[in-house]
Design a protein around this ligand. Structure first.
Ligand code: NDP
Length: 252
């Protein structure tokens, strides 16, 4: 039920952080994995890591905000592995400023990277998934898909949008046997949140205090949900937004 042998997955932003945690899970379950991100050296390291435990993997240098590059990403995947079953829309960024300080260029950068990218990649992957008779799309939201945050308006807008985009695609593509779900990570220790901890005094302690599990998440905490949502185990799960947060979002 959780086997991914023969399946091919693209993980955007899979060369580090949550994307790498998910790529590890998918590869360990038997999937062949394409790491799609901008930093070629980091992507090559991620591929080496996956290959070290026996998986087949490829790095395809991709800027997910660039439509032509996203088209090349899908074609390179088909050239390398002949099919595409799973797309993880994980690439993301944040610019922490209150709304009145965010420039239009910064707003666009965050929306393009976090939300428009999911549209571009899903749009590019759909014809192949439809032709193959099945597909799994996993979009990465956030606690800010649920809560607002005065210091991250563009990020919160993008992550709220991810959930609604997930629901729209899930409805549109259900009869094509393509399931589309969102994962809402809590506070996970990555480069992105290490920067947040430097920028927001007291964040580290507040997260520990509010998270019932009493700790930050690790990137390997994200592997299980990726395998579930990529595998036949989730064939009747679509349009959902699943928190993976140690209980952060159930705390009043
Ligand atoms: P990281 O900064 O560790 O990783 C971000 C990844 O996105 C990198 O692999 C980066 O690779 C890639 N990326 C960024 N911009 C682009 C782009 N234009 N094109 C292609 N790839 C890009 O962050 P996280 O692992 O923490 O974040 C991953 C996702 O999880 C994001 O969507 C984030 O919003 C979300 N998230 C994270 C949480 C956390 O606590 N860490 C909580 C909730 C959600 P490269 O630079 O090589 O392109």
């Amino acid at each position: 039920m959780f086997q991914l042998e023969g399946r091919v997955a693209i993980v955007t932003g899979g060369n580090g952080g949550i994307g790498l945690g998910m790529a590890r899970g998918l590869a360990r379950a038997g999937a062949r994995v394409v790491i799609a991100a901008r930093d070629e050296a980091k992507s090559k390291d991620a591929v080496k890591e996956l290959e070290a435990f026996g998986a087949e993997a490829r790095a395809v240098t991709t800027d997910v905000t660039d439509e032509a590059a996203v088209g090349r990403m899908v074609r390179a995947t088909l050239d390398a592995f002949g099919r595409l079953d799973v797309l993880v829309n994980n690439a993301g960024t944040n610019i922490r400023k209150p709304p009145h300080e965010v420039s239009l260029a910064e707003w666009r950068q965050v929306l393009d990277t976090n939300l428009t990218s999911a549209y571009l990649c899903s749009h590019a992957a759909y014809p192949t998934m439809k032709a193959g008779g099945r597909g799994k799309i996993i979009n990465i939201g956030s606690m800010m898909s649920i809560f607002g945050a005065g210091f991250a308006p563009a990020y919160a807008a993008s992550k709220g949008g991810i959930v609604q985009f997930t629901r729209a695609c899930a409805s549109a593509w259900a009869l094509d046997n393509i399931q589309v779900n969102a994962v809402l990570p809590g506070w996970i220790d990555t480069a992105l949140t290490r920067r947040a901890r430097q920028e927001i005094p007291g964040l580290h302690e507040r997260v520990l205090q509010r998270t019932p599990a009493g700790r930050w998440g690790t990137i390997d905490d994200m592997a299980g949900i990726a395998v579930f949502l990529a595998s036949p185990a989730s064939d009747f799960v679509t349009g959902s937004a699943i928190p993976v947060d140690g209980g952060y979002s159930i705390q009043g």
